[in-house]
Design a protein around this ligand. Structure first.
Ligand SMILES: Cc1cc2nc3c(=O)[nH]c(=O)nc-3n(C[C@H](O)[C@H](O)[C@H](O)COP(=O)(O)OP(=O)(O)OC[C@H]3O[C@@H](n4cnc5c(N)ncnc54)[C@H](O)[C@@H]3O)c2cc1C
Length: 364
């Protein structure tokens, strides 16, 4: 019998499993399908800079605590598995939601006050840094510490690291019910096994609400569909992440460029639509006109786990002593995976969490 069973093997479940296993816990991860093939695979891998030292809110503190852990997290995974996650500081340029010089200047100042390096660029500076960008896009902010990770590689590394540390990985094993006694979960039911453990964590991404409902818990997590288009072009027209509001281009060193992404509330539906794909390609080519000759490689989509205020649910489920949740990371689950792993390990092993989790309480 494992000490801890995790329901869901995306980046959140695998990161928690890896962290727990490095601290001596015996862990099992169940997934209803293949491990690491849902939202965590589909994401763009942007790791936005944040600084825990000057964070004005718990959300930014959470981001900052994760951001500072990334270099070491990626290095540990590489050392343990030989897999390079592609974590790298590539820098980023943001154009929105600020529309004027005044707003851009104010935002850059706000970010600097939060301890994040952020510079306003004028048009000649922007042209100098990014000669292929359409000059119609102006008043950007330059974030030199913006990072990225190759999330499919991150997932491979996490799977290898978990396996090497003795985590029992069980793909194709959906949780379909909970057995409970005296305010505790005693076992998880799957179609083929009843699995007992000391503690349980629901980290089932966009499906977490459904899984928690099986235990009688009402915690809101909604699927938010995001579509991405993959282009291919060498030499790359940019090496930085370029963001315009919720749209972005993320260049990979090998010539791939991810153009994303939509936000659609259409339930558990992962289809790519002609309209969204056309709109993303139009956006990419408007931002970087030379992309008109890029090769269209493929498109895909994923279901982000959305929570009512965009913050993840992290903590113990009320009224059930040994059931925890780590879900609802919305657009930032890859970015927040190292700190989520640390916080859940601390909760599960009875340690004091690094940060106060009141704002992330599952029943907030
Ligand atoms: C297009 C797109 C772009 C994104 N870009 C970024 C980005 O740049 N940076 C960033 O930080 N984040 C990004 N995200 C968000 C990020 O991908 C998610 O926040 C993160 O992957 C959530 O991880 P997860 O492990 O909670 O969910 P998932 O990866 O979805 O994993 C949940 C797992 O639970 C399993 N499961 C579900 N129900 C059950 C059950 N009953 N029993 C057993 N297993 C079950 C599923 O099969 C799945 O494998 C993006 C997302 C999308 C879709």
């Amino acid at each position: 019998m494992s000490d801890i069973v995790l329901i869901g093997g995306g980046v959140i479940g695998l990161s928690i499993a890896y962290e727990l296993a490095t601290h001596g816990a015996s862990v099992r991860v169940l997934d209803q399908s293949q491990l690491g093939q849902e939202s965590s695979w589909a994401g763009a891998g942007m790791i936005t800079p944040a600084n825990p030292e000057h964070a004005p809110s718990p959300e930014i503190r959470l981001r900052g605590e994760s951001f500072v852990r990334w270099p070491d997290w990626a290095a540990r995974l590489r050392e343990e598995t030989g897999i390079d996650t592609g974590f790298a500081c590539c820098g980023g340029i943001g154009f929105a939601p600020y529309h004027s010089k005044v707003e851009a200047t104010a935002l850059a100042k706000k970010l600097r006050n939060e301890g994040v390096r952020a510079e306003r660029l004028d048009s000649p500076q922007l042209r100098n840094l990014e000669p292929h960008l359409n000059p119609a896009f102006s008043d950007p902010i330059y974030l030199p510490d913006y990072c990225q990770v190759r999330n499919p590689r991150l997932l491979k590394a996490l799977l290898a690291a978990c396996a090497a540390r003795g985590v029992k990985l069980s793909p194709g094993m959906p949780a379909i019910g909970f057995e409970q006694q005296a305010g505790r979960v005693t076992a998880i039911r799957t179609p083929t096994e009843v699995i007992s453990a000391g503690q349980f964590v629901v980290c089932s991404g966009a499906w977490s609400q459904t899984v928690l409902a099986q235990a009688g818990c009402q915690i809101s997590v909604e699927p938010v569909h995001g579509q991405i288009v993959l282009l291919d072009m060498l030499p790359l027209p940019t090496r930085r992440i370029i963001e315009v509001g919720s749209r972005y281009i993320v260049p990979r060193a090998d010539g791939h460029l991810l153009v994303g992404s939509t936000e659609e509330s259409i339930g558990f539906n992962k289809r790519n639509t002609a309209e969204a794909v056309a709109e993303l390609i139009r956006f990419g080519c408007e931002l970087i006109p030379s992309l008109k000759s890029a090769r269209l490689e493929r498109c895909w989509s994923g279901l982000r786990p959305g929570s009512p205020n965009g913050l993840p649910h992290l903590g113990r489920v009320p009224a059930i002593d040994n059931l925890f949740v780590a879900a609802g990371h919305f657009r930032a689950g890859l970015m927040l995976s190292p700190i989520t792993a640390v916080l859940l390990r601390q909760l599960l092993l009875g340690e004091t969490p690094t940060i106060c989790l009141d704002d992330f309480e599952p029943h907030r």
